[in-house]
Design a protein. Sequence first.
Length: 253
Amino acid sequence: MELFDLSPVRASEWIRELRDLRPDWMVWDSVGRRYLATTAFLRTLSRREEARAEEAFASYLALTRIPSLHVNGQQGMHVFPDFNVPEAIVFASLRRAIRDTAPVVLTYRSMKHPEAHQRTIEPHNLVRAGRRWHVRGYCRQNQDFRDFALGRIVGVRLTDDAATHNHKDDAAWSTQVEVLLVPHPLLTPKQEEVVRFENFSNTSSRRQTCRAALVAYLIQDVRAAADPERQRPPDYQIAVANIEELRPWLFPT
């Protein structure tokens, strides 16, 4: 209401008009007594982001004095579909819990426990790692900090309990680590040149700092070999040179 300088009555009228026009864009949250955006609405935002990306691409072409780029009559192709758009009610409920430092009960499925089961967590951050969204928080059942993929959450129930852990208690979240990325040692010298040119601005390596809790996602996202003897080119063109320093923070194998 403050953003558009609306009275409560006029704001309610706007919501009612939008609900009548696009009933699939919002859902009533009986706990918070408010309307929340649905996945259908979030998909429209994704399309708008694509449009903005196309505008940015056109600006880049203009700056490089290339008027347009046509491939078989098209200006390009989007090859990264978003498979993991989280449910709006899940995302909003977790954001509220983080804001209010409140625990939540998740109905969750995992590869280890594929049947829907409940976990009580104290969430402190939402993270997008690669193509997936995760919520990080303290799991009361496991008594440690863990990540939970939003795409695997069946439901979220807010609680009236008080959280007893926060991000300051999460050692992996608070710790900053440095990842040393280098060309894969099994590449030829000429292939190394290509990798350095493409990924390291023609330098010999790249040092990337990130939270220890996220280092495994970083290595996974850049497709860097943690075990160069087993993970070989051409599937892996980059390797982690300081993997032993990072091993305490990696996914268990």
